[in-house]
Ligand binder design. Structure first.
Ligand SMILES: [Mg+2]
Length: 390
């Protein structure tokens, strides 16, 4: 049964801006840093995409492609409000909701059929309710695994609805561009390209040992994903426990030796904390923020849990070296371990500090994606809006 649903809002931030100011409908709306700064585009409308603008693109480049675009600073609080409405809809259908960001989440609906019908019916109900209750459009993927559900939701954007049944997974994956594999960064893609591996099917046919030799444990993961194997379960926020540490450099650094040394020190701290709790985890997550405040997280899940600094470092370093930093300096690096054993102590955080951490994380995400002033400098946004209305 395809019991995993991935819901991804279409151009979420730009769509909220249009909702709040209907005059913007049908126009190239670009949310993020303003032209003249070195920040990046956080989101843009489909009209802007037609000019070749996309998220994570430096805004200077976006401006060259689309000088008449409507450039807006983000209204972080509004996105959070709309996101909460959408999450409440998810929660109505299943408690197993794993948000990936403000505008996308995985849902496990395997226990919801008696009350709400098939996964496909639930997917449609959610999509319809989001449209009715928020006026925003979501794309939905329904599949047996997280990996396939995420690809499916993206495939027919905007306003997409793609269902992949279990016996269709391999045929569905084979022709797709290898770049569709979730978590494959530019560096890995380049290596795959050099090997002539262009589609997911090419990767599936490639000897697993070779992949492992070239990409380490990441290679095994690639092989499994290409064969439709993805054991990752939907982890609701309330149950998602992790032990992590991060470091913000005093000055952004391009010195990778320093970055790797810092990473090792962080792995050491994390291992120490895991040891105290008597926990081992299967997932190692690397967090990187570059000088433009773009933040990426890359995770790798292992077959057997790890807890030593050496093991964690080995995987985190693999993830780091796989990441194409585009010549940008590193501002922050972090590493965390999650996916703990059953016998691990459950209360890693007391409820209060967890909530605080969540709010901090959310604010940090918004600041991270749009630059330091994103939340505080409302005056800038209004000025800009005034200008664009003229
Ligand atoms: Mg989205």
């Amino acid at each position: 049964m395809p019991d995993i649903i991935h819901v991804d809002m279409d151009c979420f931030f730009a769509a909220v801006e249009v909702k709040d100011n209907p005059d913007l409908a049908g126009k190239p709306v670009i949310v993020g840093a303003l032209p003249g700064t070195r920040g990046v585009v956080a989101a843009c409308s489909y009209e802007a995409r037609e000019y070749g603008v996309h998220s994570a693109m430096p805004v200077s480049r976006a401006f060259k492609k689309c000088p008449h675009g409507i450039y807006l600073r983000p209204h972080g609080n509004r996105y959070v409000e709309e996101s909460e409405k959408i999450r409440a809809i998810f929660q109505h259908y299943t408690p197993l909701v794993e948000p990936l960001s403000l505008d996308e989440a995985f849902l496990d609906v395997s226990g919801s059929h008696r009350l709400f019908g098939t996964s496909v019916e639930i997917g449609h109900a959610i999509k319809d309710r989001i449209k009715t209750e928020t006026g925003l459009v979501a794309s939905v993927g329904v599949a047996p695994t997280k990996f396939v559900a995420k690809i499916a939701s993206d495939l027919e954007k905007p306003d997409g609805f793609v269902v992949v049944n279990k016996d269709e997974v391999l045929d569905f994956l084979r022709p797709l561009d290898a770049r569709k594999i979730w978590g494959v960064g530019k560096a890995t893609w380049k290596k795959l390209e050099r090997l002539g591996l262009k589609t997911i099917g090419d990767i599936a046919d490639f000897p697993a040992e070779e992949l492992e030799r070239m990409f380490g444990k990441h290679g095994v993961h690639l092989h499994n994903l290409a064969h439709g194997i993805d054991a990752r379960s939907v982890e609701p926020e309330s149950e998602r426990k992790q032990v992590g540490n991060e470091h913000t450099f005093g000055e952004d650094t391009g010195d990778m030796v320093e970055v790797e040394r810092t990473l090792l020190a962080l792995c050491d701290k994390v291992a120490g904390r895991l040891y105290k709790k008597g926990c081992k985890g299967r997932t190692v997550t690397l967090k990187l923020r570059d000088e433009t405040f773009r933040t990426v997280t890359r995770a790798h899940t292992l077959d057997s849990p790890v807890m030593t600094a050496e093991d964690i470092y080995h995987i985190a370093l693999d993830l780091l070296r796989n990441e194409d930093l585009r010549g940008l300096k590193v501002r922050l690096i972090g590493v965390s371990v999650s996916g703990f054993d059953e016998n691990c102590q459950t209360s890693l955080f007391d409820a209060g500090s967890e909530r605080k951490e969540k709010v901090e994380e959310l604010l940090d995400n918004i600041r991270g994606r749009f630059g330091k002033g994103a939340i505080t400098r409302a005056s800038l946004i209004y000025k800009r809006k005034g200008k664009t209305k003229e």
